[in-house]
Structure formats: structure tokens, C-alpha cells
Design a binder for this molecule. Structure first.
Ligand code: OAD
Length: 239
């Protein structure tokens, strides 16, 4: 299956990639689902919804500060580097990620569409200003804007819409691509998971890279079972 998938990738001029938390697992960032997943230890409705933030901004920020500290200590792995290298040799390439950790940027990827936002961005709930802050830990919790307003993490929470321009580009990339790589996502969170059937309907070859089977495995043309840090470099080598 790997040689066939490699051939599809080699032949494609237009490539899109969709990544999820499993992409960062080998770097040391916990995933959300699965036996060791964050949602086993924490309740998303207490930490990752606008209602949770309105109820207890300090609690939400403590959790995000902990995640920021975890992520600040890790580095991209060979799979992230392979995707950055793939971008360099493809004429038309988009990397759509559900990850907020910035590891694709750190690996050198350029056209990264962050459909669930960016944990390093902060947004003022009063004046709407957005800025980047990489302090980990943050100097004070909850952080405030220069205007005095309460800042929130620049991520998408459950029940919120995805950033409209980023999402439009992601849909366009999925519809346009000849090959879609789907790496390290459980493909259960919509609308991001819907990019897989969208690409398939538009005629793309879909190649999944995951340790386990997912709900989209059945529509994929190839399902490569294994860790992203090993499978992606093997797939992208010689492309
Ligand atoms: P999940 O935690 O739901 O799924 C991680 C997937 O990665 C699973 O399918 C694992 O089998 C797979 N996996 C784990 N380790 C891997 C490895 N080393 N190599 C390859 N695959 C591996 O993460 P997402 O699908 O990203 O949303 O979750 C989607 C969204 O749910 C997240 O963006 C987040 C979360 O709630 C928001 O925060 C809005």
C-alpha cells in the first residue's frame, strides 16, 4: 500500500494535508481522545466552551497555560519536517491543521491553515484586538489586553464557528487537491472531518496515516497504519 500511495503523491501537482492531534503525539503533546487523551482527564464543557470561559475564566486560563507550557517544551518530529519538505516540491500545497500548537510552523511549513486557531494567539473580549504571546507560563492569569479587557485564547471552542476566511481556504484546498493526506485525526469533529468526504467527492485520492482505524478509513484510498513520525517520512521520501 505504501508504494502505491507514494506513487499517487509523486504524480500529484495539487496536494492538501489535514492533520490532527495524533500528528503532535510523538512530539509529546497529548491527544484529545483515546486512552491517554485529554478528554479522559478533563471535561471539555468545563474548559473548552464560551460558557465555561464566561463562568470561570481563571480556570480555563489555568488549563490553557498548562497546555502552553507543555507545548513550549516540545519540538517538531520527522513527520512535521517531511510535510514541510513536501510543500517545497509541490506547486500547489495547503496544510490544514486542527492543531493549535504551532508545530507545523516550527517545522518550516508555510501555507498552514489553522482551522481551530492558535494557542499562541490571544484575543481581547472587549476591543477584539489579537496578538501573539509566547510566554509560558503567562505573567499573570487571566491575561488582560492593553485596554484593560479580559483576553481569551485564540482558539476555537466547542459551539463556536471556525474562522471564516481560513475555513473557506481549507474547503477550497480540499476540493482542488488531487491527493489529500489525512494524518493523526480521529475524524469525529466537524466541520473539519467533513473535508475528507469533500475531497473524495471532488475526485481526490485520500491517504490516511493513523495508528488506528477511524470513521473515514472506509472512504480512504489507502490507510497506512502507524505513527505519523515514521509513516510520513517513509511516504514522502523520494517524492
Ligand atoms: P483526537 O485526539 O480526537 O484524535 C487523535 C487521532 O490520532 C486518533 O485517531 C489516534 O488514533 C491518532 N494517533 C495517535 N497517535 C498517533 C501517531 N503517533 N501517529 C498517527 N496517528 C496517531 O484529535 P483530533 O482528531 O485532532 O478541537 O481532534 C479534533 C478536535 O477535537 C481537536 O482539534 C480539538 C478536539 O476537541 C478543538 O479544540 C476545537
Amino acid at each position: 500500500m505504501l508504494p502505491q500511495a507514494r506513487q499517487w503523491l509523486r504524480d500529484a501537482r495539487v496536494v492538501a494535508v489535514l492533520t490532527g492531534a495524533g500528528m503532535s503525539a510523538e512530539s509529546g503533546v497529548p491527544t484529545f481522545r483515546g486512552p491517554e487523551g485529554l478528554w479522559k482527564q478533563f471535561r471539555p464543557e468545563e474548559l473548552a466552551t464560551p460558557e465555561a470561559f464566561a463562568r470561570d475564566p481563571l480556570l480555563v486560563w489555568e488549563w490553557y497555560d498548562w497546555r502552553r507550557r507543555t507545548i513550549a517544551a516540545v519540538t517538531p518530529h520527522a513527520g512535521h519536517l517531511a510535510l514541510a519538505a513536501l510543500e517545497k516540491v509541490k506547486e500547489d500545497f495547503a496544510l490544514i491543521t486542527q492543531n493549535v500548537d504551532g508545530l507545523h510552523d516550527a517545522a518550516g511549513s508555510r501555507n498552514v491553515l489553522k482551522v481551530h486557531g492558535d494557542i499562541w494567539r490571544l484575543r481581547c473580549t472587549r476591543c477584539r484586538r489579537e496578538w501573539t504571546c509566547r510566554d509560558a507560563p503567562l505573567a499573570s492569569l487571566p491575561p488582560r489586553c492593553d485596554c484593560g479587557g479580559l483576553a481569551r485564547p485564540g482558539v476555537v471552542w466547542f459551539g463556536e464557528s471556525l474562522p471564516r476566511d481560513v475555513w473557506a481556504k481549507a474547503e477550497e484546498a480540499a476540493e482542488r487537491c488531487e491527493v489529500l493526506l489525512v494524518a493523526g485525526t480521529s475524524a469525529v469533529v466537524y466541520p473539519a472531518a467533513g473535508l475528507v468526504p469533500l475531497a473524495k467527492r471532488a475526485g481526490a485520492r485520500v491517504i490516511e496515516i493513523n495508528r488506528e482505524q477511524t470513521p473515514v478509513s472506509a472512504v480512504c484510498d489507502a490507510s497506512l497504519r502507524g505513527p505519523a513520525g515514521e509513516v510520513l517520512p517513509a511516504l514522502i521520501a523520494e517524492v
